[in-house]
Each structure stands twice: as C-alpha cells, then as structure tokens.
Write a protein that binds this ligand. Structure first.
Ligand code: CDP
Length: 237
C-alpha cells in the first residue's frame, strides 16, 4: 500500500494517507522524544524494533478478541492500520506506581496498585496532556459516558492479556497508555503498543527496560527495547 501524503506527524510516528480512505500507513520513525519534546534523539533501529513489538502485542490482543486498528506489518518500519476517528483522550492503566502519579499523589515509587488505577488525560501538546475526568469528557464533548465506559473496560481487558504476557517473559507491566478511535461506529484500539508508551521493569531486579532509560539516561535505549522484543519471542533482523 503506497504512502501518498503525510496526514499527521507525531514525535515518533507519521501517519500516511493511502489510496484506500479506510486505511492508513503508520510509520515508526527512529525519532525519540521525552519531556514534551524537551529531549530528543534519533536512534538507529528504534523504529523497526517498536514496529515489531507493536505487531506482536496487537496480534496477541486480536487473538484475545480485542479489536485493534492493526491490519499487517508492511516492512521494517511501516504497518497498515484502519483509519479511525480518534478520540482526544489518553487512557492510562497503572499496575505499579511510577512517573506522574508519584509526583502528583506522593505515593511510593513501585507500590503495587490493586486494583489497577485507571486515569484519563487530554491529548493536547500545548496544554501538556493534562489529567481530566469523565465529567470533563462529557461536558466538553471529548467522549460520551458510554464511550468512556467502553474505553475503560477495553483498557482493563488489555491489562488482563498483557500483564501476564509480559510477566511470562520476565517483565512487570508497570503502566501504559492507550488511545482509541471509532471505526464504522465501533470502539477500536488505535495508536501503538511499544516500550515508548509503557513502563516495563525486569521482574527480578526491577531494572527499567522502557523509555525511562532515555528519560533518565540509564543506558542504551535501543538495546533495552531489543531486550524487550527478544524476551517476548520477537525475532529481529
Ligand atoms: O511518563 P510520565 O511520568 O511523564 O507520565 P505518566 O502519567 O506516569 O505516564 C504513564 C504511562 O503512560 C507511561 O508508561 C508513559 O510512558 C505513558 N504515556 C505515554 O505514552 N504518552 C503520554 N503522552 C503520556 C504517558
């Protein structure tokens, strides 16, 4: 499927229009950014590793009956996805406390959160993705109460599939962010699932294997992402 015109260029991915209005090519670039674009780098192989992990995770979710936008991987850095009407809301699930919840609520870093915490953020770079609640979504028209209920249920279903999957591969799925959109009226999981959008810790040593390696200068980011892929059984070129 040929890439015709860039529809949207994000910090690490570009969405390309195709000849079919119902499908988009999502390109995983090597660009990396953290702190709202305050720290950036281009890292060889990052795009292909993330695209491979995304394919693995989206395939596992589909197999578990969760509808995703993922159709197929086209080549190393490009995947074909359904074109969704995205909702401007980010859904975050936390199995352990880390990152913004620690800063916001003063809870202990690494504390187990049972049941997992579910949070909503507005997708808005200018406002630095502020935390929002269901009432904001309904009043401002970002998502209806029914859509939010569906997104929360799907986000927790994803957790039921992925937390054990990562644990079986020796990793704790600490937290992650999902985005949803509508396809023919159905709520479908969009965006990506890669170490860029989640926290993963080694299950024994708690060593970080995700974008915190880049945020906190803990080592070679792509090596960490490759380790995540290899542990999941993803074969990399
Ligand atoms: O990562 P940070 O401390 O800035 O924020 P967070 O609220 O603790 O993020 C929770 C999880 O969602 C982390 O795994 C982030 O990497 C992910 N996230 C993301 O992928 N994109 C965002 N815009 C915000 C959070």
């Amino acid at each position: 499927m040929d890439k015709l015109k860039a529809l949207y260029e994000g910090k690490a991915k570009t969405a390309w229009e195709t000849a079919d209005p119902n499908y988009v090519v999502m390109e995983f670039r090597n660009d990396t950014s953290a702190f709202d674009g305050g720290k950036t780098a281009s890292l060889a192989r990052k795009g292909l590793v993330n695209s491979a992990v995304d394919e693995h995770v989206m395939t596992a979710l589909s197999a578990a009956g969760i509808e995703t936008h993922f159709e197929r991987r086209i080549d190393a850095n490009n995947v074909l996805v359904k074109r969704l009407q995205m909702l401007p809301v980010e859904c975050v699930v936390r199995n352990r406390a880390s990152g913004s919840i620690v800063r916001r609520l003063g809870v202990e870093d690494g504390a187990t959160l049972a049941p997992p915490v579910f949070e909503l953020f507005l997708k808005n770079d200018e406002l630095h993705d502020p935390m929002i609640n269901a009432s904001h979504c309904v009043t401002f028209g970002w998502a209806s109460a029914e859509q939010l209920a569906e997104m929360e249920a799907l986000t927790l279903q994803v957790n039921a599939v992925l937390a054990p999957m990562f644990l079986a591969a020796g990793m704790i799925l600490v937290d992650y962010k999902l985005e949803f959109g509508l396809f023919e009226g159905r709520m479908v999981l969009g965006d990506e699932f890669s170490p860029d959008g989640c926290r993963l810790w080694d299950a024994t040593t708690l060593r970080k294997l995700d974008k915190d390696v880049f945020r906190q200068d803990l080592g070679d980011l792509v090596e960490s992402y490759q380790e995540v892929a290899t542990r999941l059984g993803v074969v990399l070129p």
